[in-house]
Design a protein around this ligand. Structure first.
Ligand code: LHQ
Length: 258
């Protein structure tokens, strides 16, 4: 249900259930979660792309499987804790950049996963739908945390309580989309960005992600102390030394990611 491919330092994790709009059934959730962990652990991977196949990014939880399980009396796994929460944490703590290539509609947990990524490159025909309240659910997969950081508290409240499809152009205005591109250019734009990031200072990117996440929930004095720790870490890196030397020699640096 999920394809995983590593090429030129870029891992691409692609949802592959187009007939169900890439909805997350249990097998898809396990594979997606495990591939995120594979990408995190593989030092040759220096950028991660999340995408979908067919006309959707993901319609979120597979509601057909949910109902089938409920009706058959099968034990309902605690899927939020077992699947969705580890996915969000794997994306947000991924020690390399994560790009969501939003090829089509991203609904419910599908939207939440895209919000957890560092960049959202969105096809013109795609959109987002915070579908949770539509089926009488609260939000999960981090949407209550990430969405308000993208669009602010009042807008996040509106979009969660009154779900509708947010088209790509509005997503760009709201700050949900990093960039909107014509559908037939999505793959090329994402490849170019992923290649650029994979050739970048991976340790510095990982440290910047850690600094941002830490600062979001700590006081300024605490954030300053943490910044100091991360500056010491990156300051001791091979990439920093080489980049400063390259700058002074008026040359272009080559980053090895350490
Ligand atoms: C689907 C789905 C789907 C199965 C479309 N499942 N088949 C929830 C529960 C429990 C615990 C943990 O977490 C969560 C988190 C969540 O993600 S809750 C939110 C779940 N998602 C939704 O409520 C979204 C439901 N889908 C939609 O609102 C629409 O399908 C969207 C807006 C995504 C797309 O609309 P359309 O482009 O008009 O497509 P469609 O509705 O005609 O769907 C096409 C097919 O895909 C259709 O199947 P069919 O057999 O009739 O061709 C749908 O039934 C199926 N599908 N979403 N989530």
């Amino acid at each position: 249900p999920v394809s995983y491919e590593v090429a030129d330092g870029v891992a691409t994790i692609a949802l592959a259930r187009p007939e169900s709009l890439n909805a997350f059934d249990d097998a898809t959730k396990v594979a997606f979660r495990d591939h995120l962990h594979d990408a995190a652990a593989d030092d040759t991977v220096r950028c991660v792309v999340l995408t979908g196949s067919g006309r959707a990014f993901s319609a979120g939880q597979d509601l057909k499987e949910l109902v089938a399980k409920r009706d058959s009396g099968a034990p309902l796994s605690n899927t939020v804790e077992e699947h969705y929460n580890p996915m969000v944490l794997a994306i947000t703590t991924m020690p390399k950049p994560v790009i969501a290539a939003v090829n089509g509609i991203a609904a419910g947990a599908g939207a939440s996963l895209a919000f957890a990524a560092d960049f959202r490159i969105v096809a013109e025909s795609a959109g987002f739908n915070l579908a949770f309240a539509g089926i009488a659910l609260s939000a999960d997969t981090g949407a209550s945390w990430t969405l308000q950081r993208l669009v602010g508290f009042p807008k996040a409240t509106e979009l969660l309580l009154l779900p509708r499809t947010i088209r790509a152009d509005e997503a760009l205005q709201l700050g949900i989309a990093t960039q909107v591109v014509p559908d037939d250019e999505l793959a090329d734009v994402v490849r170019e960005l992923a290649t650029r990031l994979a050739a970048g200072p991976t340790l510095a990117y990982a440290s910047l992600k850690r600094a941002l996440a830490y600062s979001a929930t700590h006081s300024l004095p605490e954030a300053l102390t943490n910044e100091g720790r991360l500056m010491a870490l990156t300051g001791a890196s091979e990439d920093h030394r080489a980049a400063v030397n390259a700058f002074l020699a008026k040359e272009k640096p080559t980053f090895v990611g350490r």
